[in-house]
Design a protein around this ligand. Structure first.
Ligand code: AMP
Length: 419
């Protein structure tokens, strides 16, 4: 072991386990690609104010959880704690929204950083795949995203999850509700920090998981009763479209999520096998975010699904992903055969066959162990005598059958057998 360890709250992705992460990312991205979302990549850090303004000055993410740094030039940066603000910033910067192609549909995949207290399913470095549909107010977009996330989870085999859905209203009706809620919260017996939170962002008090707080929240005014007609109609349309797609969801009036930019549709995917960190993904509409970061009005909607927690959810449901072995053919060279088989492996790779060879001068036994470990379907074995006869021994690693094949034919024979 080295003197160093992965920093607290982080972990390394190591083969073969890491293959699961790639498979999960691919599975989440696949339905997005088919639905017209283009891939976007943004830097791992941004101006700290992008998040302060976008995610919200009073949110836990901004006040407690950001990794911030000052460059030698004096610029204040933050490692990105989430993806939406960065993606919108990039879309505005590239003027994607001005080309008459709204909505701009984008997907991304990467690392995110939050200085949280580490526990099962909660890390300081984690990985998300996200999607954003920028610049259109259309309930079908909200529905599309929820349906695509559902498809991704189902394609992975997940079943033990629920979709929670709510509407947070808009700039017309939310302020009225906010005041009503604030008046209610002022009458409760809350600790100092929660009282402060009630003044800055009362909706987030609804999200407080502590039983002593939840008990007092019974009878709190519900946003549902304050939604303006436009928000109500919008939400009903989203609900109808998801229902028509056969995607089951639950209305959750208390779902507010921890980011300030959400308006109208908000949703969360929660998994039944994950303990307290049960949210595997979430998102919603953020009609005001563009203006909050200095852009034009661009009503938008998006989500981010956590890769780490999706992998944990797969484990909780006992789902083994069907990940094909990385290597199809493994070469075992004996005596002077190494350069010949090395050339063969190169040729196989060029022909599109996943091939590997034993390294380090191992004997037959050690090299065959390598072949087994690789998961290869076939081994190609050759020693001096085989080469003298112009053949290699082709071993079927499943049946154990072995037979000589002319060296000149082996690429074609293997391609045929693997097709
Ligand atoms: P959020 O932006 O907080 O809704 O996060 C979206 C998703 O990212 C969550 O549902 C989780 O799956 C994942 N996520 C957020 N924070 C963490 C974390 N600290 N560790 C692992 N996964 C996280």
């Amino acid at each position: 072991m080295s003197t160093f360890k992965a920093p607290k709250g982080t972990y390394d992705l190591i083969p073969p386990y890491s293959a699961k992460y790639l498979a999960v990312r691919d599975a989440i991205a696949a339905p997005l690609r088919k639905a017209g979302y283009g891939y976007i990549e943004t830097p791992g850090f941004e101006d700290v104010n992008l998040f302060a303004r976008g995610v919200g000055e009073s949110t836990d993410i901004v006040t407690k959880e950001m990794f911030t740094l000052t460059t030698k030039g004096g610029t204040n940066l933050a490692l990105r704690p989430e993806g939406t603000a960065s993606v919108l910033r990039a879309a505005l910067e590239a003027s994607l929204h001005k080309k008459g192609n709204l909505p701009v549909k984008l997907w991304y995949s990467g690392s995110y950083y939050r200085y949280e207290r580490p526990q099962a399913g909660r890390y300081r470095h984690f990985s998300q795949v996200g999607a954003e549909a920028i610049g259109a107010e259309d309930p079908a977009l909200d529905a599309e995203l929820i349906i695509l996330a559902d498809q991704a989870y189902r394609a992975l085999g997940l079943r033990n999850f629920r979709i929670l859905l709510n509407s947070l209203g808009d700039k017309e009706c939310r302020p009225v509700y906010r005041e009503a809620l604030q008046a209610f919260l002022r009458g409760l017996d809350l600790d100092e920090e929660t009282v402060r939170r009630a003044e800055i962002n009362p909706l987030r008090v609804l999200d407080d998981k502590r039983p002593e707080v939840q008990k007092q929240l019974v009878g709190a005014p519900l946003l549902r009763d304050y939604l303006c007609d436009a928000c109500k109609a919008y939400h009903e349309e989203v609900r109808a479209l998801i229902t028509a797609a056969g995607v089951a969801f639950e209305d959750d009036e208390k779902l507010v999520r921890g980011l300030d930019y959400y308006t109208r549709t908000t949703f969360e995917f929660v998994h039944g096998g994950l303990g307290s960190q049960s949210a595997v993904g979430g998102g919603g509409r953020y009609d005001g975010l563009s203006e909050m970061i200095g852009g034009p009005a661009l009503p938008s909607v998006g989500w981010a699904l956590g890769v780490d927690r999706t992998v944990l959810a797969l484990e909780a449901e006992g789902i083994e992903l069907d990940i094909p072995p990385a290597t199809s053919v493994f070469a075992v060279a004996l005596g002077e055969a190494k350069p010949v088989l090395f050339a063969l492996v190169t040729e196989l790779r060029k022909a599109g066959v996943a091939a590997d060879i034993s390294y380090g001068g191992k004997g037959l036994k050690g090299a065959m162990k390598d072949a087994n470990r690789s998961g290869a379907r076939f081994a190609v074995i050759a020693g001096d005598r085989d080469l003298a006869e112009g053949v290699v021994q082709l071993k079927d690693m499943e049946s154990g059958d072995q037979s000589p094949v002319a060296l000149a034919d082996v690429v074609e024979v293997l391609r045929g057998k693997l097709a």
